[in-house]
Design a protein around this ligand. Structure first.
Ligand code: ADP
Ligand code: MG
Length: 329
């Protein structure tokens, strides 16, 4: 109860009782909340409206007041609209949305397992099987977005990849068995919902995403026969940014640190532009050749050369291992 009294008071949010803060993004605060109507736990993402960025914010709770980045109406509307149009097991669902004078609210399916980011920090790095299990699900979400919705996410990173439930990941490198092998020896780690494990991974945060296809006609924007080549090219380019990001996430899972890093933004940018990364020894020594090969095809500076989502799924490191059973298991 004491926790609750410390929470800011948000108007027009009567249906949802905020419980605890679960996330802090660049543009928002996210709370775990109780939906009194459905008696379910949800996540409520709260963004501060533009108008109160400067001097009108004295009445706000200190949690919110410090926030300098504000959300433009058009941006939140776009985020809501895109999320309303998507429906995929590996994408966080939008349940409801509303607003008050000072805030926008997005009610989302709760992912109580937290960010992939936190898990990498906790575990130092992931085994190849665990990395594949996670990236496969992220890529499934991306394939759905690119091919069925004409949406590019544009902000894929470990902070925006969430675990549906608290992942049970042994601290020692686990020998991973899939559900269909029906083994349950101690020390082994079983994928899938029933036996614990890490379950589903979900892509969140559509704040920077963009529609590139006409979602009604499922064709490129404009009339098919009259679409200029640079529009087709631009769309291919925009999709390739998600593939680059998938490469960065996969790299990070496999070794525990990101492919490009520098204290100075300038130096970091220069490394990215040149694609200057290495499979640093000793961290990358135990990683298999096929895994490195896939990373190489994703972290490819030329977007024309970079793997598309279909090529990703055709790669031996993905294809040769049957995918983990999902919710049907
Ligand atoms: P921003 O656009 O401000 O980055 P996000 O949508 O990424 O906002 O949310 C910020 C953080 O809040 C996420 O990194 C995550 O830790 C947490 N979060 C977001 N959505 C959920 C959710 N549905 N369930 C649990 N935590 C969430
Ligand atoms: Mg985010």
């Amino acid at each position: 109860l004491s926790k609750k009294t410390q929470l800011p008071n948000y108007p027009n949010l009567d249906r949802y009782e905020l419980i605890t803060k679960v996330g802090d993004g660049a543009f928002s605060v996210v709370y775990e909340a109780h939906d009194k109507k459905s008696d379910q736990l949800v996540a409520v993402k709260i963004a501060v409206k533009h108008e109160l960025s400067e001097k009108n914010n004295l009445h706000l709770h200190p949690n919110v007041k410090k926030r300098t980045k504000v959300t433009e109406r058009a941006n939140i509307m776009k985020e809501v609209q895109i999320m309303r149009g998507v429906n995929h097991p590996n994408i966080v669902k939008l349940v409801d949305c509303s607003e008050s004078k000072d805030y926008y609210y997005m009610v989302l399916e709760l992912c109580s397992g937290g960010e992939l980011f936190q898990q990498i920090v906790k575990m130092t790095y992931f085994s190849e099987d665990l990395s594949r299990h996670v990236i496969y699900q992220v890529a499934s979400a991306v394939r759905y977005l690119h091919e069925e919705c004409g949406v590019v996410h544009r902000d894929i990173k470990p902070e925006n990849i969430l675990f549906e439930t608290i992942p049970i990941i042994p601290s020692k490198k686990p020998k991973i068995v899939f559900m269909d092998e029906e083994k349950e020896d101690e020390g082994e780690f079983i994928f899938g919902k029933g036996g614990g494990g890490i379950g589903q991974v979900k892509l969140a945060d559509f704040g920077l995403s963009k529609v590139i296809w006409d979602t009604n006609t499922k064709t490129p924007v404009g009339t098919a026969g009259y679409t200029a080549p640079e529009i087709v090219t631009t769309q291919t380019y925009s999709k390739s940014v998600d593939m680059w990001a998938i490469g960065c996430v996969l790299y990070t899972m496999l070794c525990g640190f990101p492919p490009f890093y520098d204290e100075s933004i300038r130096a970091l940018t220069s490394k990215v532009i040149k694609g200057q990364y290495t499979f640093l020894s000793p961290w990358w020594d135990p990683v298999s050749k096929p895994a490195k090969n896939l990373v190489t095809h994703l972290l490819c500076v030329d977007p024309n050369e970079r793997y598309t989502i279909d090529e990703f799924f055709e790669h031996p490191w993905i294809k040769s291992h049957h995918s983990p059973p999902s919710s049907s298991a």
